[in-house]
Ligand binder design. Structure first.
Ligand code: SAJ
Length: 428
């Protein structure tokens, strides 16, 4: 079959490239001219391990082209963003999905399959179907006709971890939810062409909910770890030691505390469940609050350490939202570092090997970007915000005389700097 992929971002582009590698002709569509031009040159606009070579190859072989319009195809894969409204109520915004539906409807023909991959609130695949039905009354739609529908519509979320996208796109198991069982079978036949993991079919709503549940599960479990870290700070204890010991229990597996939860999924998707069932979700909502609150706890504790070492230069290690990637969007590390930069200006030295320059909000603060070796030479205070491998491997001898706040637990042998009591942090 020929395939149209709508949305060529962190999920859409790797997906398009993998489908093309499997030998199918792929037409990519994106609303941003720069993205389209870059891909058509065989280049990429995002960073992901091994993606550059793969895209270059499939574009050179004529298997992948990009354009600003949706191209007719046998299968349509929609991978557009689904943000939430920043209105305090955190309700999901599915405008981009419905916009994609309209554009697909223009070129849709009998026999085609439409698959939604974007993380979406429960019911979105049906909304997508309804939007297509409204635009194309000439086509019989699944779930809305007694006879055999003309097109198939399914929901199939991705589960890939940034930094391992190509490998996980191929090897992870997938849930495929059809509007009807027949839709699920059609989508299954498509995914089997390029996915090596097991593909399990279900209904569209269950597949939508499953995706949200997976990320909410992770958020709730990280919140538990973050809450423990704040308890241990309050009691003057080493949370890493406690977690290491507790995890020796055969049925306990506590995750790793950090400066908060970043990225584009785990801090967003739980809200889609909360807004659908507000009364039933005190736990999921509280977990969100705990993880966001951890950022402010880290700022207060870091500020206390900076002020306890007057005159010392301060290294903030890392801006990325997690280890070993160059993605700085929605990053708690970046928020902590920027807050400290605004407060302490030229004392703040940022170390981020994945950044060529500091993000815009650091402009005018006086903070500088430096490398780990210079930071170890110049800075008396070190605040670990990201667990990049290059930070983890700094030997004890080079840091044992520093005042360190390690929010990621990468230096278990580090003598701990004394922590101000939480009450004092609050006042600060
Ligand atoms: N984090 C912690 N402690 C931990 C684990 C993570 O503080 O023990 C933090 C990270 O530093 C980061 C955030 O959580 O700031 C999220 O990182 P992550 O690596 O857990 O997840 P993402 O956002 O990169 O990708 C997630 C994955 N979902 C799950 O693991 C359930 C991925 O499989 C999904 O495909 C992706 O969301 C998505 O697109 O939904």
């Amino acid at each position: 079959p020929t395939v149209s992929v709508i949305g060529l971002g962190y999920i859409g582009l790797p997906t398009a490239a993998i489908i093309a590698r499997a030998g199918m002709r792929v037409f990519g569509m994106d609303v941003t001219p720069h993205v389209v031009d870059t891909i058509n040159r065989g280049e990429i606009h995002i960073e992901e391990v091994d993606l550059d070579g793969l895209v270059q190859g499939v574009v050179a072989r004529g298997l992948l082209t990009a354009s600003l319009e949706v191209h007719p195809a046998d299968v349509f894969v929609i991978a557009v963003p689904t943000p939430f409204h920043k209105d305090g109520r955190h309700t999901p915004d599915v405008t981009y999905v419905l916009e994609a539906a309209k554009n697909v409807a223009k070129v849709l023909k009998a026999g085609d399959t439409v698959i939604l991959e974007s993380t979406s609130p429960v019911g979105t695949t049906e909304q997508l179907r309804d939007a297509i039905a409204a635009a194309r009354p000439d086509l019989k739609m699944p779930g809305l006709t007694d006879g055999t529908p003309d097109v198939s519509i399914a929901y199939c979320p991705e589960r890939v971890l940034p930094g391992r996208i190509l490998e996980e796109l191929t090897n992870n198991d997938r849930s495929i939810g059809g509007i009807t069982p027949r839709c699920a079978r059609k989508a299954l036949a498509f995914y089997k062409r390029f996915v090596r993991g097991t593909c399990v079919t279900t209904d569209a709503r269950s597949a939508e909910m499953t995706k949200l549940v997976e990320n909410a599960f992770r958020d709730v479990n990280i919140a538990f770890a973050n809450e423990l870290s704040m308890v241990c700070d309050r009691l003057g204890m080493d949370v890493w030691e406690v977690i290491r010991l507790a995890n020796r229990h055969p049925r306990v597996n506590i995750l790793t505390p950090g400066p908060g939860v970043g990225g584009h999924c785990i801090a967003v998707d739980p809200w889609f469940i909360v807004s659908a069932a507000p009364e039933q979700t005190p736990l999921i909502r509280t977990a969100r609050g705990v993880n966001d609150g951890k950022i402010h706890h880290v700022i207060a504790r870091a500020a206390a350490l900076v002020e306890a070492n007057p005159g010392a230069k301060v290294a903030c290690l890392g801006l990325a939202f997690k280890a070993n990637i160059d993605d700085f969007r929605e990053s708690p590390a970046r928020l902590v570092a920027a807050t400290l930069a605004r407060r302490y200006g030229t004392r703040i030295h940022i170390v981020e090997p994945y950044a060529a320059e500091l993000p815009r909000e650091f402009e005018g603060t006086g903070a500088v970007l430096t490398d780990i070796d210079s930071a170890l030479e110049d800075c008396g205070v070190m605040i670990v915000l990201v667990d990049h491998d290059v930070f983890r491997s700094v030997p004890l001898a080079e840091r044992e005389d520093k005042a360190v706040y390690d929010t990621r637990g990468i230096w278990p042998d580090q003598p701990q700097a004394p922590v101000a009591p939480v009450e004092e942090l609050r006042r600060a």
